[in-house]
Design a protein around this ligand. Structure first.
Ligand code: AP5
Length: 207
């Protein structure tokens, strides 16, 4: 059976880390608006480039993001969706283009989120995720997977990380409340090692 999984959580909650594991485990596509937008940061749209919104920690306008998601889901035989929907209008759009089998919310305390974001390093070549304290690479600054250079994302400074958290509480929390009110949301405690969190999610999905 193909899975249609929605993974919700604040910036730094571990959505990217867990989505990659889920995509491997269940053989589904990892659909991530953040990665898609980073790969097209300088694309000209009628609203400006994605870069101008992302570097300020703001949301990229809905029409740009909706189009990316619709195209990605149309091609996917099962998916784990990460980074979308981020406001009620995106949630309504999503419900018009697909059904979901599971909605999981990764709950993590704010100060832990800021530590995770500011310490994150990503591989410039393959995109693998590391953390200077929580998931350090074997050799500092070098990707374990491909030997590429590890860099800090432009939006992982403390100031922008805190702005992203504010944007999350203002825009995305109502989406989480909506799924919770509908009885569709399963909350998973995201404060454990990545492997432990993965086991918790797998437990929910295999039920
Ligand atoms: P996006 O890339 O989606 O960023 P985000 O939602 O802010 O999430 P992150 O990627 O920062 O965190 P994550 O939850 O994936 O955590 P991760 O696994 O990396 O979006 C970026 C920007 O794009 C937005 O600000 C916006 O401008 C734009 N955008 C994207 N989608 C949009 C949309 N739908 N609409 C409009 N605009 C949109 O983990 C973080 C760190 O913690 C890593 O270093 C990792 O190693 C570590 N870590 C992970 N799990 C654990 C653990 N269990 N224990 C210890 N450390 C851990």
């Amino acid at each position: 059976m193909s899975h249609r999984i929605l993974l919700l959580g604040a910036p730094g909650a571990g959505k990217g880390t867990q989505s990659a594991k889920l995509a491997d485990e269940y053989g589904v596509e990892h659909v991530t608006t953040g990665d898609a937008l980073r790969a097209n940061k300088d694309m000209e749209t009628e609203y400006g480039t994605p870069r101008s919104f992302m570097e300020a920690g703001e949301l990229v306008p809905d029409p740009v993001v909706n189009e990316i998601v619709e195209a990605a889901l149309a091609d996917a035989d099962g998916f784990v969706l990460d980074g979308y929907p981020r406001n009620p209008d995106q949630a309504e759009y999503l419900s018009s283009i697909t059904d979901l089998d599971a909605v999981i919310y990764l709950a993590v305390d704010d100060e832990v989120l800021v530590d995770r974001l500011t310490g994150r390093r990503v591989c410039d070549d393959c995109g693998a995720n590391f953390h200077v304290d929580f998931q350090p690479p074997e050799e500092a600054g070098v990707c374990d997977d491909c030997g590429g250079e590890l860099i800090q994302r432009d939006d992982d400074t403390e100031e922008t990380a805190r702005e992203r958290l504010e944007v999350f509480y203002e825009n995305t929390e109502p989406v989480i409340d909506h799924f919770r009110d509908e009885g569709d949301l399963v909350e998973v405690d995201g404060e454990a090692t990545p492997d432990e969190v993965f086991e918790r999610i797998r437990g929910v999905l295999d039920e």
